[in-house]
Design a protein. Sequence first.
Length: 727
Amino acid sequence: MREESPSAVEARIPTVAAFLAAVLFLPASVTAGQAPGAQPEDPEIEQLVVEGERLPEGAADPFGVLDVAPGDTVFGLDKTAWETPRSTASLSEELLGRHGVETVEDFSQIIPGAHTASFFGLAASIDLRGALADTHFRGMRRLVSAGGWQSLIRATDRVDVVRGPASPIHGAGSISGYINLVPKTARADEDRFVEAPRGDVAVRVASWDRHAFEGQRGGPARLFGKPAGYHVFGLWEDSGSYYREHPGQRQLMLQGTLVVDLRGDVWIEVGQQYQRWRGAENAGWNRVDQKLIDEGLYLSGEPLVNLDSDRDGRISQREVLAVSPRNRLSVFQPYGQSGLTFDSEAERQALRLDPDTLRLVPIGAEHCLCAPSDSGAAESLAAYFDVFAELGGVTLRQKLFVDYADRHIVASYGFSQQHRTVLVEERLEAVFRGLELGRTLTADLVVAPNLRYYDTRARQDFSYEYFNRRDISQPPSPLDLRDSAFASPGREARTTDIATEWLNLGVAALADVTFMERWSVLAGARWDRYDLTSTNGPGPLVTATPNASASTVQSKLSWSVSVSVALGNWRPYLTVAEQALSLGGQSGEISVRNVSAGPLGTSRLREAGLKFAGLGGRLQAALAWYEQKRVDYSAFADANLAVLGRGLELDVRAAVSERLGLLFSATRSRIYREPLTGRFIFAPPAITGLAPEDHYGGHVVTVLPAGDTRFRERGALPEFAISAGGT
């Protein structure tokens, strides 16, 4: 195994260096009386009284470690992290840059409850509390993309991470939470733009043939005589790969934002983010057994039978069916039974490895189930047009969001997919602040109706994928390279071809009631109506009926209640929520036979926490316990699986001085399958009882028995995780 880690050499060329000075105003007082001996006032001299507010002593935070700025990401109300009765984290551009956070995979380094959510090597989203989280862009939920392309965050001014269900105003989403990407703009703060153009250019050269160039520029402007601000960002990257036989990746990102002040209390924000990605999946190791884990020794060997009968270098479905008319290279074995049943001796031989080629060889982490011919491509575009108005104690927000993605993946072991998705959402938000309900009772209220349209087509080919057939210690060969429905449409049948279209009408309300300036009750509710239609493509299809269609209408109510109390520097809270959960496959598609169940599931959350802010504002800490249950949709098994999670999370941040900032996080979590239903798996030799060389030419599948508690806990997630860092 290779031990070296990539070391990047970065050269930054600043085009404009801007330094803003912080001015501290001390409170001034004016007395009515005149001190003895003072000179009489000159009536012609005008008095100027300057009032200011003293900043918290020692709260200087040049590294952006502390989370103190109010934000409306979580609930639509301006609440600081200390006031918010939920597990949240706001990560500044400075913090992300200094800790090397460039993609969503890196969040696990600095926040609790986060795990890498790489889907066959592609990190499109983050895993929070044991489940895939949503991605929001400026508070609007983006389209579903499980492993479509690598998500980049370098163009963001701030990333908000919310663990647990979203506010009712955001609509149905994942129970585990979401990340919210806030793009860079020319705003210096809420009331003014940066004073002069500024920008920078960066060139990065790193190991594994990585070359990257990025640049950004922003500044003030005038548009139709109105004050405005612009910001543009560009990134280009061309990189090889640490992994053998992997083709590497290339990507381009272009982002632009524009803010126009129509008048002091009305402004427009418009922008877009475009990303183009070229690369491939990475399926990691195959033929995994205990000897490989313990000693790094891999069972090397070629398939006994060459299925490529026409010698064109690829195994087609037709060539597989010529040997096994029922495609029993993917053979089912009832759990607990020994032996396999075949229709012919040719089938049995096709599943075996050549005994003359078997040997144990050492491999490292750089070996993978990849091929230079593997390919992937994606193009995505997110755009928004928002209008904001501050009308006394009322804030109005009109938010129009459009999201588009077109992507495909081809893996040479027998998998391909194509997804094309369009999302359009219009949301209105009315925020009423400072409502007087009594002498000691005040409230803020948000009302938010929305209309969301979603259209996706998902085409997948996975019925003839054989993970173990390739010997990854050797280069790919015609013995294991598979043709695909993407490369040979019409000749290679797809497993599924689903077009799903739905329209969501939702209405939400959220109230934040404060009693005696100490107690806070945050309660919200949302009603959703979904009108859904799914239709199969014309075929040929392996597991679905061509041109079949189904429709349904489903409504669901979501709600959340939180109670918190300020006790000096401490703030305990309790949250209970039940939220509609949007189901679907890798791009949000729902199979025709699953339409009757509807596009919405149910998720529940119980969370109790304690927050602390002290040492003159230089220390923040949050401790949270949670129990959540979500419904997960499996497009492969076409079933709904419930997942139960329990955990404890600790997040500590400290601005020790102007030269030192510290981060610490710890997580203990257990994720269970609840209820424990039967589950489809690719069976390893430890379960089949067969010699590996007798079925690595294809694979054996089985269904784990329902109710067997040995399989209750979800694998691949650590029970304990601790991280610490400083800058």
